[in-house]
Design a protein around this ligand. Structure first.
Ligand code: FAD
Length: 369
């Protein structure tokens, strides 16, 4: 029997959509070229952090804050279905000023956020170090964001994969979709390895590989890879409760004692090189922020390819053909935006509803000029 929906791409976006569709009672298939959750979603630091260093004026800010509000419930739901804990942590994020420029920016964006009704607590240098003793003595102060949280994105992907399996979603790994299949203006399925698979709806959630697939539906959108390099150290006995953020780096403590350090933002095509220069820059910025990191053992280095678009905003909505839906280009915030994206795409497929606040994120903005 043909599925109601085929989701192409098994990253955080595709799997979250599959989960929501399956819970709405649809028969869903996920087609994944490699393994579920092993691309950008696996590489991510897992910060659920719309607030750090923004005034809140960006077009995506409201959606990011709304998605953050969905997260605890989303994680509880996924964990209770799968039995795998994505290790959600709610200790908040501490942004630290390490020079005068940082300190003067702290006079601007936290108050802008407070005017929007969000929590952003400006701290003296002493209070910053009282909150996190690992912060450098030379710090000039901080901003505490109690509602910017984090989780382990690799565990989230394991949990999501298990959850959709338990909900009866058919997951086919090692299956690259080459084409979107249509009859006239209606999408009827996808083509993979020369075989046509039919479905009531097709959702393209193929991250930074979306352009080629969308071009088979005559939609030209540049979704390009933005490489992010990271590393992890073994924190040993280093006491660090919260995500720390300076302008040059973020540092993310995990429950297993590792500390993640990230991340670069580079446009080098699909290259997956981890470079000495990037590791050097990340480590020196992390040590400037939390000097005790200098004594920690480096245990892993990696990189991932974020899906970026010309305006750095995601593409979420119905495609130009009937039964085609697009959820890609989530750039630096795909983990954060996954629950909201899944909810919105499911609403479009099940109820035909397109919320007004999603309309600015349609594909039309790239082609209407
Ligand atoms: C270093 C780094 C740190 C990050 N930190 C954060 C963070 O702290 N918080 C946050 O919110 N976001 C973060 N991000 C961004 C986040 O990882 C991405 O926005 C998100 O993972 C995108 O999810 P996705 O499902 O669209 O893409 P992906 O996870 O890349 O998944 C796309 C999937 O589609 C599959 N695919 C592609 N083409 C095909 C095809 N033709 N047929 C079948 N399958 C196909 C791929 O194999 C892949 O599995 C970070 C990213 C990086 C690289």
């Amino acid at each position: 029997m043909k599925p109601d929906a085929i989701v192409v791409g098994g990253g955080v976006i595709g799997c979250s959509i599959a989960l929501r569709l399956a819970k709405a009672g649809l028969k869903v298939t996920v087609l994944e070229r490699g393994r579920i959750g092993r691309e950008a979603s696996w590489a991510a630091a897992g910060m659920l952090a719309p607030q750090s260093e923004t005034t809140g004026e960006e077009a995506i800010f409201d959606l990011s804050v709304r998605s953050r509000a969905l997260y605890r419930g989303f994680v509880d739901e996924v964990r209770s279905i799968s039995g795998i804990d994505p290790e959600y942590r709610g200790e908040g994020m501490l942004c630290v000023a390490l020079n005068d420029e940082d300190a003067s920016s702290f006079a601007v964006w936290p108050s802008a956020q407070r005017r929007l009704g969000l929590s952003a607590e400006t701290l003296s240098a002493d209070d910053t170090r009282r909150l996190e003793s690992s912060v450098a003595d030379s710090s000039l102060g901080g901003v505490f964001l109690p509602n910017d949280h984090q989780l382990d994105s690799r565990k989230l992907m394991d949990s999501l994969a298990a959850a959709i399996g338990k909900l009866g979603v058919e997951v086919v790994e090692g299956n690259e979709v080459s084409e979107i299949v249509r009859e006239g203006n209606k999408v009827t399925g996808v083509s993979s390895a020369g075989e046509c698979l039919h479905a009531g709806a097709v959702i393209v959630a193929t991250g930074c590989w979306s352009s080629r697939l969308l071009s088979t539906a005559e939609l030209e959108i540049d979704v390009i890879p933005a490489r992010g390099q990271m590393l992890a150290v073994d924190g040993g006995g280093l006491r660090m409760e919260r995500v720390l953020h300076s302008r040059r780096v973020y540092v993310v403590p995990r429950r297993d004692g590792r500390i993640l350090i990230g991340a670069t933002l580079e446009y080098e095509g699909y290259s997956r090189k981890v470079t000495a220069g990037a590791m050097n820059r990340l480590l020196s910025a992390a040590i400037e922020l939390a000097p005790a990191i200098a004594g920690c053992e480096v245990v892993e280095t990696w990189c991932g390819l974020r899906p970026d678009t010309p305006d750095h905003l995601p593409v979420i909505g119905p495609g130009p053909l009937e039964n085609l839906f697009i959820a890609t280009g989530h750039f630096r915030n795909g983990i954060l935006l996954a629950p909201l994206t899944a909810e919105v795409i499911t609403g479009m497929i099940v109820k035909g509803a397109i919320p007004d606040e999603i309309r600015p994120f349609g594909w039309e903005r790239f082609t209407s000029a």
